[in-house]
Design a protein around this ligand. Structure first.
Ligand SMILES: Cc1cc2nc3c(=O)[nH]c(=O)nc-3n(C[C@H](O)[C@H](O)[C@H](O)COP(=O)(O)OP(=O)(O)OC[C@H]3O[C@@H](n4cnc5c(N)ncnc54)[C@H](O)[C@@H]3O)c2cc1C
Length: 488
């Protein structure tokens, strides 16, 4: 299959998706090419979900310049795209005189980055606001504008809205070759046999952005993975903290944090360890020990027995350590590479930055009169009604669709209605359904609901059981034809 576009975005994590949504405002043919079976399967699925206040990155870096503008955009984005976002605030806490001096440094950095309402607060106020912190705390840097989101729901909503506004998404399409034709347009070949012709390429391929750049002869940066191990805790400790709690940072990372998630449970982590292998998603005993040392020092009520699962995210760290954004020596090839933390926060600001690069490159961006910024989530979140004892709305949802009364994931209270809606939105792998609905993320980690979710995927899509996968080809759950027995 061969198709022609004005712009091809390679990679559909939060950065590619935010760029696609931004470009969908204009009369442009835009393609998004993603190697995985669903979007947000790279670093964008395995992060802490924090919309940072913005005092960590130095002001002379792109990270420092784009974090606050990105943060500011999330109220409107969440309203337009219907994903949950809560401005909970964040603390960087100090336990020693030396750490109090570090807070001062970050306070000044935050002021330079124009973080709103930033303040240094004393021990009493810290403990009044977060009574479960270690009482030895001496003070904190407080950024009330920091928030939490569900990162994959944010990514899904961006690409949903982009597609509704005319962007074309190619999944399971790993870019394997890029050349130029006689009209100076890029020809992009994918492993599944697509050929995409495009005047511009935006390289948003995360960990593999250096490989993509090398296809057009650019070898001026490398991406190395920096591993982050995170631990998700049982709902028992959901209310231990309201805000994101940071320690004073280390040289390579913000340190291990205690993170309330927008869905309720608390996470702790991430570590920051440079590794060689871009596929190394293993957790380790040392990582666990390090994370809990930090977490328990800040919030002593946290226990390792509260862990319900762990995961690893790989930060795409570029040579030089900053984001790499902008045009290159190869005409029409634009990088949005090396987007490590705070990439989730900065993503909407990165999208505007890249739009401006296109304008500088001479692209005439004409607004689409029928651009619709609104996207409605396709399903009702029954858990919220249950948590809030909102039985009127619960009854209404069930009256409209009785599938909302059939519980599938008992740990997280996820119903068949939500799972069917996720499948109808295009999430047809177990991970896709899990990220869209939370089915399988609770205490039993899918022990009870996995087979039921597989049955529903099979029923709704006709995908044979043996082809139903965790996250696309090669990860089939039961890769042999299932024999119908006689019950003996
Ligand atoms: C542990 C951890 C915690 C973090 N916490 C936070 C946080 O709390 N707040 C914050 O602001 N940031 C955080 N970050 C950073 C944030 O997650 C990243 O900056 C962001 O997700 C990067 O998005 P991306 O779209 O550039 O990359 P990705 O999400 O990795 O997307 C790149 C995409 O490109 C695709 N791709 C690669 N090669 C090809 C190819 N050949 N063909 C087609 N597609 C290809 C991949 O499959 C992938 O989907 C964290 C990161 C980690 C790892």
């Amino acid at each position: 299959m061969q198709k022609k576009f004005d712009v091809a975005v390679i990679g559909c994590g939060v950065v590619g998706a935010a760029i696609a949504r931004e470009l969908s405002r204009y009369k442009l043919g835009t393609a998004v090419i993603e190697k995985e079976a669903d979007v947000s399967f790279g670093a964008s699925k395995a992060n802490s979900g924090i919309i940072h206040g913005g005092f960590h990155a130095p002001p002379e870096t792109l990270k420092g310049q784009l974090v606050v503008p990105g943060n500011r955009m999330f109220d409107q984005l969440s309203e337009e795209l219907d994903f949950p976002f809560e401005r909970r605030g964040e603390f960087m806490v100090a336990y020693t005189e030396d750490e109090l001096r570090i807070l001062q440094t970050y306070y000044e950095r935050g002021l330079q980055n124009k973080v709103p309402y930033l303040e240094l607060i004393g021990r009493e106020r810290v403990l009044e606001m977060e009574p479960n912190l270690n009482p030895d705390v001496m003070g904190a840097l407080y950024a009330p504008t920091a928030g939490v989101i569900c990162p994959y729901e944010y990514c899904f909503s961006l690409i949903d809205n982009a597609v509704e506004n005319g962007v074309e998404l190619f999944l399971e399409s790993k870019v394997s070759w890029i050349g130029k034709n006689t009209e100076e347009q890029f020809e992009i070949e994918t492993e599944n046999g697509n050929k995409i012709i495009s005047r511009y390429i935006i390289n948003a391929a995360g960990l593999f952005a250096d490989n993509i750049a090398s296809y057009v002869g650019l070898h001026n940066f490398k991406i190395h993975p920096r591993k982050g191990e995170e631990y998700l805790l049982d709902r028992r400790v959901s209310r231990l903290v309201h805000r994101v709690i940071f320690p004073c940072p280390k040289q390579t990372s913000k340190g291990m944090l205690v993170i309330p998630t927008v869905d309720g449970p608390v996470m702790v982590g991430p570590t920051a360890v440079d590794v060689d292998d871009k596929h190394d998603l293993s957790t380790s005993r040392e990582g666990l020990k390090e994370v809990f040392q930090y977490a328990q020092k800040m919030v002593p009520g946290i226990r390792t027995s509260d862990i319900i699962t762990s995961f690893v995210g790989l930060r795409p760290v570029a040579t030089g350590g900053d984001f790499i954004l902008g045009k290159t020596e190869v005409e029409g090839f634009i990088n949005a590479a090396g987007i490590q933390s705070p990439g989730l926060t900065a993503s909407p600001a990165i999208a505007e930055y890249i739009r401006n690069v296109l304008i500088k490159e001479g692209v005439k961006l004409e607004h689409k009169p029928d651009f619709n910024p609104q996207r409605k989530s396709r399903f009702v979140r029954i858990r919220h009604f249950i948590d809030e004892r909102d039985f009127n709305n619960y009854d209404n949802a069930v009256k409209k669709d009785s599938d909302y009364s059939k519980l599938v994931c008992r740990c997280e209270n996820i119903t068949e209605g939500e799972i069917v809606a996720a499948i109808k939105s295009g999430h047809t792998t177990l991970d896709g359904v899990k990220f869209a609905t939370r089915a399988g993320t609770g205490r039993c980690q899918g022990g009870f609901c996995t087979s039921r979710v597989m049955e529903i995927i099979h029923r709704e899509t006709g995908i044979p059981f043996e082809l139903i996968s965790k996250k696309g080809k090669g990860s089939e759950i039961a890769p042999y034809p299932i024999q119908k027995g006689n019950g003996k």
